[in-house]
Design a protein around this ligand. Structure first.
Ligand SMILES: [Zn+2]
Length: 425
């Protein structure tokens, strides 16, 4: 799918009842500084301030306000879990009550369940809003080299390989997400997203567990599950490399995989209680207005969001955009694909100052620290994304990954420039 134009219009300014905090005002202040010399932009900025004030007072919205060539847009930031198991799976005993309570405790907006195949997968699946969280039924079906995560299903996934399963899921109107991508080599399918981070892989399968386990075990036995799990967390290099490589050919939206089972016990100690694994990492999605199943699926498919290891701090306030150098208008959000142009630069916003590294085709291009950063877009066509690190204060200040943005894809120019949106500035 090509998104050469940012698909934005002045539209509904949805108010979200459960929203907690506003990040809009800092964004507006920055926009004002950037544009003070231009009367026209000052007027636009004043309007943004009015909108921001409205949101700050009306619902303390979690989200971003973006000025675009076509107007001012407000996007809510919803966070949730993709890849989770319940008692429907053969290897989990988690009840609906436990799952809903944990989702509410953590403050999740959505939950994409992905149970292992079972006859009661759909009949015993949770749908609708429970505890303030929107639930979708899904299935995890094993592939030869990884797993297929079908989200929003009305039946079990059919087929034997990645292509047949993708087709089966799409036939039900669901999303096909490749899980456990660390082992996958066969990407030749029209899949919708890639599980960039998998908690199960990171804590048990990626080869570092012996020494880490020795350090983590005392914490587990003391009941400090989060501190113990944090010790395992690191950057999924193997998957990141595949993600960046695949992005050269096509858009590859990334999500986090919690792979929550609540099934690891040492004696009476539950090592992976749902509240801990749900809070460990989240997928954030930018959506206009209220959250619905349709908008949720659309945002995942568009890659319009980011991955945040939420246990180190809320990600609300983060965004990564491509903007016009002069007008500062946002030209592309995360997940968008557009043709090469030389009048743009990247902007990164953060709720708290942390080191941010821009990656171009998988190679680090430099690191800056702050809450409002600008990076050049001068490497030509390719895959651009950012990673944010932080420190784990529970474990001696170890430097750890915090946020992975989705990429913005810059493609070769295929036709002469038809810049019609910026000329009047
Ligand atoms: Zn799983």
């Amino acid at each position: 799918m090509n998104n050469y134009e940012l698909r934005m219009t002045n539209d509904e300014f949805g108010v979200r009842p459960r929203a907690k905090q506003s990040v809009a005002l800092t964004r507006v202040t920055r926009a004002f500084k950037n544009q003070k010399s231009k009367i026209k932009n000052c007027i636009a900025t004043a309007l943004v301030v009015l909108f921001a004030s409205y949101y700050a007072s009306a619902d303390q919205g979690r989200g971003v306000i973006l000025e675009t060539p076509s107007g001012v847009n407000y996007w809510s930031d919803y966070r949730g879990v993709v890849h989770a198991h319940s008692f429907v799976s053969h290897d989990s005993e988690g009840t609906h009550e436990e799952i809903v309570a944990a989702a509410e405790q953590v403050g999740l907006d959505f939950m994409c369940m992905t149970d292992h195949p079972a006859d009661n997968l759909v009949s015993d699946g949770l749908t609708g809003v429970h505890g303030g969280c929107l639930f979708l039924i899904g299935e995890e079906r094993g592939l030869a080299d990884g797993s297929m995560l079908g989200v929003h299903l009305s039946d079990l996934i059919d087929g034997g390989d990645v292509r047949e399963m993708t087709e089966s899921i799409h036939g039900m109107g669901g999303l096909a997400i490749l899980g456990h991508a660390e082992g996958i080599e066969d990407f030749d399918a029209d899949f919708d997203a890639l599980e960039v981070y998998n908690l199960h892989y990171d804590t048990l399968l990626d080869g570092k567990e012996r020494a880490t386990m020795l350090r983590a075990m005392p914490q587990l036995l003391l009941g400090n599950q989060e501190r113990a799990l944090r010790m395992f967390q690191d950057r999924p290099d193997v998957v990141m490399e595949k993600w960046d490589r695949l992005g050269l050919e096509r858009r590859v939206p990334g999500v986090a995989g919690n792979d929550s089972h609540q099934n690891v016990r040492f004696g009476t100690i539950q090592a992976d209680p749902y509240p801990v694994s749900y809070h460990f990492v989240n997928t954030h999605l930018f959506i206009k207005g209220d959250l619905t199943t349709e908008k949720l699926l659309d945002a995942i498919e568009e890659g319009r969001g980011y991955i945040c290891h939420e246990m180190y701090g809320d990600g609300f306030g983060f965004d990564f955009t491509l903007r016009h150098k002069n007008t500062k208008h946002v030209i592309a959000m995360q997940g968008e694909e557009l043709e090469l142009r030389d009048d743009v630069e990247f902007e990164v916003n953060l709720p708290t100052s942390r080191p941010v590294t821009l990656y171009y085709n998988g190679e680090a291009q430099g690191t800056q620290e702050g809450t409002d950063l600008v990076f050049p877009c001068d490497k030509g066509p390719g895959v651009y994304r950012v990673e944010v690190t932080t420190t784990d204060d529970m474990n001696g200040g170890r430097v750890v990954p915090w946020i992975f943005s989705n990429p913005i894809y810059i493609r070769e120019k295929t036709a002469p420039a038809t810049s019609d949106d910026e000329e009047d500035f």
